[in-house]
Design a protein around this ligand. Structure first.
Ligand code: NAP
Length: 283
């Protein structure tokens, strides 16, 4: 070994690589046999998160209300030799969130990662917004976050390890979005929730982080109309809307061992959308 060390340093090469694990080992799938719950997995960003985790070797628990669509995602994953089960659940329902955890534990015996991604973004101007409309968005986006995270704590605490990543948004924590005061309030609420949950759960080695996507091209965003989408694109220095993959890769990082020392943080994934001082700047 000493001879090799001498030879490598004589050639100007570090010995770090010589001592590192074999390439095959480091190239093993990043989430092999880990159990990952993804809420809102039936379409959009959640479907992409679930698919990437399955590609990386995870056992994925697909959660949503639309069972037919969940089965489509499950079949797609299984066709690509991945593993997934479906759990029909409404994230705003406490019994459903406990049922989600029970299903994951009875099938796979542990929960390594919770990607809480389910969310809704209906439009209503504040002047016309009804209390029922307000409550629905807060119930799904904010109370749903509390319920999903709370349900996972006992299993993660018993394991002495867990990763929680919540799909928030730039809208609320960073920016305004007219017609969506309920939505922006729910996502700004998540920013505070993440910080406090991270501090409370650090002693159990449970990381709690969020991603804050900008405008990501999904079925949900498509519904906001072509004019809105064109306006959004103009506001993004990177010159295009985000893709679900752009968000999912950030979530994979925050779910991996590589981010063990990161907790209570929100990662903005927006192609620079929140950076310009003025929308009329030349970029
Ligand atoms: P999407 O295409 O409309 O998908 C939303 C997902 O959430 C669906 O799988 C839906 O499944 C699920 N869902 C909604 N309400 C639910 C409930 N009560 N219980 C369980 N599942 C529920 O939306 P997306 O664009 O992928 O958005 C996903 C997340 O990213 C949301 O939290 C959203 O706020 C956030 N986000 C999106 C963007 C964007 O530009 N697209 C930007 C920033 C943040 P079912 O219909 O099967 O219930």
């Amino acid at each position: 070994m000493l001879k090799w060390t001498f030879l490598l340093s004589w050639l100007g090469l570090s010995t770090v690589c010589a001592d590192a694990a074999p390439i095959q080992k480091t190239c093993a799938k990043r989430f092999s046999d880990q159990v990952v719950i993804v809420t809102g997995a039936s379409k959009g960003i959640g479907r992409c998160i679930a698919t990437l985790f399955a590609q990386e070797g995870a056992n994925v628990v697909l959660v949503g209300r639309d069972e037919v669509q969940l089965n489509v995602v499950q079949n797609d994953i299984i066709e690509k030799r991945g593993r997934a089960i479906c759990v029909k659940a409404d994230v705003s329902n406490p019994a459903d969130m406990n049922g989600m955890v029970d299903a994951a534990l009875s099938k796979y015996g542990r929960i390594d990662v919770l990607c809480h991604n389910a969310g809704i973004f209906p439009e209503a101007r504040l002047e016309n917004m009804t209390l029922a409309e307000w409550r629905e968005v807060i119930d799904v986006n904010l109370t749903g976050t509390f319920l999903a995270v709370k349900a996972c704590i006992p299993a993660m605490k018993a394991q002495g390890r867990g990763k929680i990543v919540i799909t928030s948004s730039i809208s609320g924590p960073q920016t305004a979005w007219p017609g969506h005061s309920h939505y922006t309030a729910s996502k700004a609420g998540i920013a505070g929730f993440v910080r406090t949950a991270a501090v409370e759960l650090a002693k159990y080695k449970i990381n709690v982080n969020a991603v804050e996507p900008g405008n990501i091209m999904t079925e949900g965003l498509e519904g906001t109309g072509a004019e809105n989408i064109a306006n959004m694109t103009r506001a993004i220095p990177w010159g295009r809307l985000g893709t679900p993959e752009d968000v999912a890769y950030g979530i994979l990082f925050l779910s991996s061992n590589e981010s063990d020392y990161i907790t209570g943080q929100s990662l903005i994934i927006d192609g620079g959308q929140t950076l310009p001082e003025s929308h009329f700047a030349d970029y």
